[in-house]
Design a protein around this ligand. Structure first.
Ligand SMILES: NC(=O)c1ccc[n+]([C@@H]2O[C@H](COP(=O)([O-])OP(=O)(O)OC[C@H]3O[C@@H](n4cnc5c(N)ncnc54)[C@H](OP(=O)(O)O)[C@@H]3O)[C@@H](O)[C@H]2O)c1
Length: 331
């Protein structure tokens, strides 16, 4: 429903008048309600507050699975998105084409979104490069190994070169190996902490210097296994690395919160992706599904809208939280 500015003004005056009467009128013998009405306060704008129009989002590991679904959902809300992959260029190009085709054929005004030039130089230190011109596409593809610090730096530099700004950073790429204590070695441990902790942390460190402020959004991916009573011994390194991410989230929320950023973590339950299915026998998946009230594990599309909400202006007051998204698997 839309209304004209004139109608909104009339409505506001009527509400102010009603509120003042309510505040001053006293009923003998009744408790006076102390409702202080702030006539200058804004009316809610719920439609705009979840739009990501003109935001630039970088999603690591977004050519498939959860990352791809997040990229598509953010793009549907109006964001320019970076599709990142390490090996499979075909899948990455398909996701980007899908988004760009939807933008061209869309009947909404999202297709005509453009990056405002007055927002391109966001780094206080002025390090942000100007893009050559307005980006031609809503989604672009960047090949970079997000398990390394150098890969993350390349990803960030290319994002800034092409889009000229960054508003939303989502650290989705991750490693989930399966070994018990007696089986793990140093390389296995290091691989998890390099991929799941070190590389994302250093990407955030670099990105935080150039992200739009205030309003920047950083979202990590953890797992319900950090809280699940059904914790598997062979998930030791994976769960330990995700536990580190949860704690990093809490600390960074305080640190980067001073710049007007929010830092949060989504902790999904089991999701139907290659990462989860690799090495998980069907009877284990069935057993897990039986513990979820709807008797199914999640699809990536169950997770992505929650990430999109956290990335939106409406979620400005959610900061430093670990949000379980598991259909009631862990309560
Ligand atoms: N699936 C679950 O049940 C589940 C549950 C809780 C939390 N999570 C978390 O959610 C996140 C995403 O999980 P997922 O299941 O969607 O993972 P996934 O299926 O393994 O994701 C694959 C995507 O990540 C990309 N990728 C892999 N290695 C990369 C690298 N080194 N650099 C850049 N991109 C890379 C892949 O591109 P290429 O194919 O080109 O390499 C592909 O786009 C992870 O952090 C995971 O821990 C998952």
């Amino acid at each position: 429903m839309t209304s004209s500015p004139k109608a909104k003004s009339h409505f506001r005056k009527a509400v102010c008048s009603l509120a003042q009467k309510f505040h001053t009128h006293e009923h003998p013998g009744e408790k006076v309600v102390e409702w202080k009405f702030d006539a200058a306060g804004p009316l809610p704008t719920s439609i705009d507050s979840t739009s990501l129009r003109n935001k630039v989002a970088l999603i690591t590991g977004s050519s498939k699975s959860i990352g791809a679904s997040i990229a598509k959902t953010l793009a549907a809300q109006g964001a320019f998105v970076v599709i990142n992959y390490a090996k499979d260029s075909k899948s990455a190009e398909e996701v980007a084409q899908q988004i760009n085709y939807a933008a061209i054929t869309s009947t909404s005004d999202l297709a005509s979104a453009s990056l405002p030039s007055d927002h391109r130089e966001n780094g206080e230190n002025g390090q942000v490069e100007h893009p050559q011109s307005q980006p031609q596409h809503q989604a672009i593809v960047i090949k970079a190994d997000s398990s390394t610090i150098s890969g993350g730096q390349h990803l960030l530099q290319e994002t800034l070169r092409i889009f000229g700004r960054l508003d939303i950073l989502i650290l989705s790429a991750g490693l989930m190996g399966s070994k018990s204590l007696s089986e793990i070695d140093e390389a296995f441990f290091d691989a998890h902490f390099d991929f799941n902790v070190k590389a994302p942390l250093f990407l955030v460190k670099a990105a935080a210097e150039v992200m739009a402020r205030p309003g920047g959004r950083i979202i990590f991916l953890s797992t319900s296994l950090t809280a699940a009573s059904t914790l598997l011994p062979n998930a030791l390194c994976y769960v330990a690395s995700k536990g580190a991410i949860e704690q990093i989230t809490r600390v960074l929320a305080k640190d980067l919160g001073t710049r007007g950023f929010t830092v949060n973590t989504i902790a999904p339950g089991p999701v139907n992706t290659a990462l989860f299915r690799a090495g998980t026998p069907q009877h284990v998946i069935d057993n897990i599904a039986a513990q979820i009230p709807t008797h199914r594990i999640a699809e990536p599309e169950d997770i992505a809208p929650i990430v999109a909400f956290l990335a939106s202006p409406a979620a400005q007051w959610i900061n430093g939280q670990i949000l379980g998204v598991n259909g009631g698997y862990v309560v």
